[in-house]
Design a protein around this ligand. Structure first.
Ligand SMILES: Nc1ncnc2c1ncn2[C@@H]1O[C@H](COP(=O)(O)OP(=O)(O)OP(=O)(O)O)[C@@H](O)[C@H]1O
Ligand SMILES: [Mg+2]
Length: 246
């Protein structure tokens, strides 16, 4: 069973002018537990939209969405929020840290654990990201890369089944980026499905699979499905996998 799965997902934004923007165009995508997928593609190709839809932060215009094999398309807003808090860790492209909370408070914020335990765990996570001496700093007192690491620590506080990260190494030097990726490997080995949007070749190196978005179209989002129709053998494989013929 996949940790997270999209079927025929389309996201259309009403255009300011005549034409709506098709940010996702009939996307099939699935990630297994313990798999690390990198999503690449040019600016505006729909990468953040894909993460938002996967992470239940935004709804597709059409299509199905499954979390741990359960169809979440028909959930109420409240049920969806609960499912998101329970199962999904999210690292935003622009961090979304609360400016009036300290690092350790930001990390502990989404937690379902009791507050004392949560700040211990938050401090522990921050320590793992080299921020043990910045626990009580507010975001305005942190560098860009430090804020990014606080955001990554926060995404892990609830031990999510799915970790979604938008440019997680975007502001980091190689060494710090590698320490983040090592942490992603560790959670991946614990069975977490990790999806990272990236322009960083290092992230692609760590990933089990790299998929590319072009103008909202995603090729090869589900391994073994929709292979490129090249030789006759590929066409046979494609036919063998067509729904209804399986
Ligand atoms: N709320 C919105 N309303 C209208 N159009 C939007 C909205 N959000 C995104 N878009 C459009 O959808 C397309 C995909 O945007 P998205 O943010 O997913 O791109 P991206 O691949 O993450 O780009 P980048 O690499 O620059 O972060 C873009 O053309 C963008 O202008
Ligand atoms: Mg983006």
């Amino acid at each position: 069973m996949y940790s997270v799965e999209l079927r025929g997902a389309t996201k259309r934004y009403p255009g300011a002018g005549a034409e709506p923007v098709v940010a996702l165009d009939d996307v099939d995508f699935a990630v297994e537990p313990g798999e690390f997928v990198a999503v690449v593609g040019p600016s505006g190709s729909g990468k953040s939209t894909l993460l938002n839809v996967l992470g239940l932060l935004d709804d597709p215009t059409d299509g199905w969405r499954l979390l741990d094999g359960t169809d979440v398309t028909e959930l109420t807003v409240g049920e969806r929020t609960a499912a998101r808090k329970e199962s999904i860790g999210f690292v935003f492209q622009d961090f979304h840290l609360l400016p009036t909370l300290t690092a350790v408070e930001n990390v502990a914020l989404p937690t379902a654990f009791d507050p004392g335990d949560a700040s211990d765990r938050a401090a522990d996570l921050l320590g793992r990201f080299g921020l043990g001496d910045r626990l009580d700093h507010e975001p305005s007192e942190l560098s860009g890369g430090q804020k990014q690491r606080v955001a990554i620590a926060r995404s892990l506080i609830n031990e999510p089944a799915v970790l979604l990260a938008d440019e997680p190494t975007g502001n980091l030097d190689t060494e710090t980026g590698e320490s983040i990726l090592a942490e992603f490997e560790r959670v991946k080995e614990e069975g977490v499905a990790v999806v990272a949007v990236t322009h960083d070749p290092l992230v692609e190196e760590y990933a089990d699979r790299v998929v590319e978005l072009t103008d909202g179209v995603l090729e090869g989002g589900i391994p073994g499905r929709d292979p490129p129709a090249e030789g006759p053998s590929d066409r046979d494989a494609d036919a063998a996998l067509r729904p209804g013929e399986r």
